[in-house]
Design a protein around this ligand. Structure first.
Ligand SMILES: [Zn+2]
Length: 279
């Protein structure tokens, strides 16, 4: 897809499974089960989508999926599936790891930064040796010292190696990292999660990350139980979704297994999605 001189693709690191109740917070199971049918272990299927962006002579990868540094027990718990994985998809788009200039992590939960590193001779090393890795400073600080409630979401091997290699580019607040690529803090899921806004040629697309991970999360109250600050999620979700509707931007979903991107319209007081095929 092209926005003026900016070109982007939506890649995916396959799917994983999380507890359906945790994914929909206060929404009763009979309601969410209609839109996201659970498996026999009450898990729903979620994808892990990434953006490959080429603009201003830079190659940017936003989100790096779950990676492959998993033992059998956790691989079973999360039910990872789907090939080709992110590195092969990058290769299919003609991108070698050393050609990636910037890696964006909206936050450092394991399903957003797994391919930041890969295992070489028993230790995790940066997958993208020439890239600067971008995250909010507050998120890296929190990842190093998470709470008992969200500890399971942070795997040090995904973010410590870039501290050692000096590849982190830490932001404090919103920032345009190259012309047409803006990172916007949208707290709620946690304190420092970011959305990614792309613009060019008068058009705009926005990766909502975990502000609204799937199209099922568009209604205001459909907020993940994982969120640390659900009232903030509510506030930011209403703000950005109404902006997307009003301005006719393309919404990109980080975890929807069926709809990677959609235009959002208001219909009878509800926000409905009109899916768009983006490769
Ligand atoms: Zn996520």
């Amino acid at each position: 897809m092209k926005l003026g001189d900016l070109e982007f693709h939506i890649l995916t690191d396959g799917t994983f499974r999380l507890d359906g109740g945790a994914m929909f917070g206060v929404i009763p199971r009979p309601m969410w089960a209609r839109v996201s049918p659970p498996d026999e272990r009450n898990r729903i299927v979620l994808s892990m989508n990434s953006l490959l962006i080429r603009t201003a002579g830079k190659c940017i990868l936003a989100e790096t999926g779950a990676g492959d540094k998993w033992d059998a027990k956790r691989a079973d718990i999360y039910g990872f599936e789907g090939t080709p994985r992110l590195p092969e998809q990058l290769a299919a788009h003609g991108v070698r790891p050393e050609q990636v200039d910037i890696v964006v992590n909206t936050h450092l939960h394991f399903d957003h930064c797994g391919w930041n590193t890969r295992q070489v001779d028993g230790r995790a090393v940066p997958t993208f040796p020439n890239a600067r890795y971008v995250v909010q400073r507050g998120e890296l600080e929190h990842a190093r010292n998470p709470s008992e409630r969200d500890r399971a979401s942070y795997l040090p091997e995904n973010f410590v190696p870039m501290e050692e290699s000096g590849q982190w580019w830490l932001l404090e607040g919103d920032q345009q990292i190259v012309p047409g690529v803006e990172l916007i803090r949208a707290p709620g899921h946690n304190a420092d999660m970011m959305c990614v806004r792309l613009s060019g040629g008068g058009q705009t697309a926005m990766l909502l990350a975990d502000l609204a991970p799937t199209t099922a999360h568009l209604p205001p109250a459909w907020i993940m139980g994982f969120d640390l600050y659900p009232m903030k999620t509510l506030e930011n979700k209403k703000r950005w979704i109404s902006e997307i509707v009003r301005r006719g931007w393309l919404a990109v979903f980080a975890h929807d297994p069926n709809v990677r991107a959609a235009y959002l319209r208001e219909k009878d007081g509800r926000v409905v999605s009109e899916p768009v095929a983006v490769d």
